[in-house]
Every structure is written in structure tokens, then in C-alpha cells.
Design a protein around this ligand. Structure first.
Ligand SMILES: Nc1ncnc2c1ncn2[C@@H]1O[C@H](COP(=O)(O)OP(=O)(O)OP(=O)(O)O)[C@@H](O)[C@H]1O
Ligand SMILES: O=P(O)(O)OC[C@@]1(O)O[C@H](CO)[C@@H](O)[C@@H]1O
Length: 320
């Protein structure tokens, strides 16, 4: 069983527009609402593929009740924890050329008591888990070491923890030796202070995250695929998509596919890539099921260090 924790879940509204014209009244062509948040999406992807998973989901206000209704309608196995602050809403503006603009609300603060209740819910469910996935941003005022504390707690019990987050929460988690981290290119650049221009840079940056404490680094590179760096080797893979519709949640689908295939080695990387590619072919943050996933076309092998990434993120800010 794969247990997920999403401290800052969301209602994800995807709005299809003609073009993003700042300052104008934009008449949308269509809108769609998905339950969201990174760990929630990992559990949704696993559910869609009949892999056992349970999601720990704090929820608050009308938005939170709607989130729980949407997840219940999908049949998600979840432990819901009522909290005082309303669940956030995140908006994706989707243009016809595939450009995605995402606006994520900060979410509302969790009190120390609420955090304790959530941690108890995670600990109570974790005894059945092979992996615990701690994913997404932290709501305001939540201590940056919250995922690090989970990693330490579960390491003692021999439970593997995968962390997919950014900024100080990622930096703290590295110090607690997570079994796996899944940075995207921006997160890799920010966490290491390195510009990431080519696969060699990705491998070097992943090595820095491993030196800082992560056992395995699964770096997602958007349309450029993904790199896996673990004790037994380094692999690069890609699963090209000819007609991308929405990359929102593709990283979550990728992580779900990777963990569902055992969480290490090139075959798991290949499955992660096919799930990620399938998510990109679907609208909004819809998670792919077996009918959406096409294992053909995925290629995994050693990375060519000089191969340039097609999209290079802006240079990272200098580390403090
Ligand atoms: N345009 C694309 N074409 C093919 N595959 C893609 C594309 N975009 C994403 N992917 C696949 O999805 C994976 C995850 O993408 P990305 O690196 O954008 O994740 P992310 O930033 O964590 O996304 P999110 O936070 O929305 O889940 C990639 O490693 C790749 O396998
Ligand atoms: O603000 P965070 O927690 O970093 O990311 C939240 C989010 O963008 O991640 C998911 C896609 O990965 C979406 O469902 C959700 O809106």
C-alpha cells in the first residue's frame, strides 16, 4: 500500500481560454474542476490503476467539503482530517497552443494541534504502507521541517518516504535522509544553486541532493523526460507526447507509476515515464488509467551528459 500525505490540497479549476490577454475580460471556452494537490494526485493515479493507496487529506470550509465529495466520487481510499481554515482553490489557464499558466493559492495555516492530528493519522495508517509519499507545498506557518520529521519517524520503522516538495521544506527533508526525492528542473536548480542546462547538469545536481541525504533522486524534466540516480545506477528516459494537453499533475502520475513498479531501477523509471506521458495527453489534472497508458515509445538508457534540455529554467537565485 502506498500512503500519501497532502498538507496543502486544492480544488483545481482548469479554464480553457483563447489567449491570455492581460487586463482584458477573457471569456472562457470551457472550465473543469478536479480534486488536487500532489499527494492526492499520486493516490488518484494509483487508484486509476488498481494499486492500493490511501490518502491523508486535511480539509476545511465549503471548498474542503467539495474536495472530499469529489474524491469520494472517484472512490479514493482516504483519511480525512477536518481543519479550521478553508481548502485552497488553484487555477490553471490553458491556452490552445498548450501554454499553461497556473495560479496556486497559498492555502490557510494549520494550527500545531491540527498538525499533530494529521501526523497521528499518517502514523496510524503507515503500518500497512510500503511507501509514504509526502507531497506538495506547505500551507503558511507550517514549519519547514515537517516532512523531515516524518522521514525520521518512518526511517526508524523501516518505512520508505518519498518527498516531492520545494524550497525550505525540500532542503530540510534532505537532511533527514528521505528514501526518494522527485524534484523538477526548477526545484533541482533552486535546491543546488546550479543552472540546469543539460543531462550532465541534472546528474551532477542529483548527486548533490544525494550527498545532502537523499537516497534516490528521480528528477522530472517536463517534455525532456526524467533522470533516475540511485545506488545501483543512473538512467535517463523519455516517452514523447505528440499532442500534449495538460502537464498539470504529470509529475504526480510519474511518481505514482515509478512507485507502483517497485520504486527503483530502469523498469520503474520506464513505467513512471509512461504514466507521466499519459497524464500529459489528458486535460486538466486528470490521472491516467490503463486505457490511457501506452508503454510503446518509452526509451530508457544511460544519459548523454551533453544533451541539452529543450526548456531551460531561469538561473536559480543565489543560495543564502
Ligand atoms: N510535454 C511533455 N511531453 C512528454 N512528457 C511530458 C511532458 N511534460 C511532462 N512530461 C512527463 O511528465 C513528467 C513530469 O513532468 P514535470 O517535470 O513537468 O513534473 P512536475 O513539474 O512535477 O509537474 P506537476 O507538479 O504538475 O505534477 C516528466 O518527467 C515527463 O515524463
Ligand atoms: O502548490 P503546490 O502544492 O506546490 O502544488 C499544487 C498543485 O499545483 O500540484 C498539483 C499538480 O502537481 C495540482 O493538483 C495542484 O494544484
Amino acid at each position: 500500500m502506498i500512503l500519501t500525505l497532502t498538507l496543502n490540497p486544492s480544488l483545481d479549476r482548469t479554464i480553457a481560454i483563447g489567449a491570455l490577454d492581460r487586463g482584458a475580460v477573457i471569456r472562457a471556452a470551457a472550465a473543469h474542476l478536479d480534486p488536487g494537490g500532489k499527494g492526492v494526485n499520486v493516490s488518484r493515479a494509483l487508484l486509476a490503476n488498481a494499486v492500493a493507496s490511501r490518502a491523508v487529506v486535511p480539509f476545511g470550509g465549503d471548498e474542503g467539503r467539495q474536495l472530499v465529495r469529489l474524491l469520494a466520487a472517484e472512490g479514493l481510499d482516504m483519511v480525512t482530517v477536518p481543519v479550521a481554515g478553508p481548502t485552497r482553490s488553484n487555477v490553471t489557464l490553458a491556452e490552445p497552443d498548450g501554454t499553461i499558466t497556473k495560479i496556486n493559492e497559498p492555502g490557510t495555516a494549520l494550527s500545531p494541534g491540527e498538525l499533530d492530528t494529521i501526523a497521528e493519522a499518517v502514523l496510524a495508517a503507515a503500518h500497512e504502507a510500503d511507501w509514504v509519499v509526502a507531497s506538495g507545498s506547505l500551507p503558511p506557518e507550517v514549519p519547514a521541517d515537517v516532512y523531515a520529521a516524518l522521514c525520521r519517524r518512518f526511517a526508524e520503522a523501516g518505512i520508505l518516504v518519498a518527498v516531492d516538495t520545494s524550497g525550505p521544506a525540500l532542503a530540510c527533508a534532505l537532511g533527514a535522509a528521505p528514501a526518494l526525492v522527485k524534484p523538477n528542473v526548477e526545484e533541482l536548480a533552486a535546491a543546488t544553486g546550479m543552472p540546469i542546462r543539460c543531462l550532465g547538469d541534472v546528474v551532477e545536481a542529483a548527486g548533490k541532493l544525494r550527498a545532502a541525504g537523499a537516497r534516490t533522486v528521480l528528477a522530472s524534466l517536463g517534455a525532456d523526460g526524467a533522470v533516475l540516480v540511485e545506488d545501483s545506477g543512473i538512467w535517463y528516459g523519455e516517452a514523447p507526447v505528440t499532442e500534449p494537453r495538460s502537464s498539470v499533475g504529470a509529475g504526480d502520475a510519474m511518481l505514482a507509476g515509478f512507485l507502483a513498479a517497485g520504486g527503483h531501477g530502469p523498469d520503474a523509471l520506464a513505467q513512471g515515464l509512461t504514466w507521466g506521458a499519459a497524464a500529459v495527453r489528458l486535460p486538466g489534472s486528470r490521472m491516467p488509467g490503463p486505457d490511457d497508458i501506452d508503454p510503446a515509445g518509452v526509451a530508457v538508457g544511460p544519459p548523454d551528459p551533453v544533451r541539452l534540455l529543450t526548456s531551460t529554467p531561469p538561473a536559480p537565485a543565489p543560495l543564502p
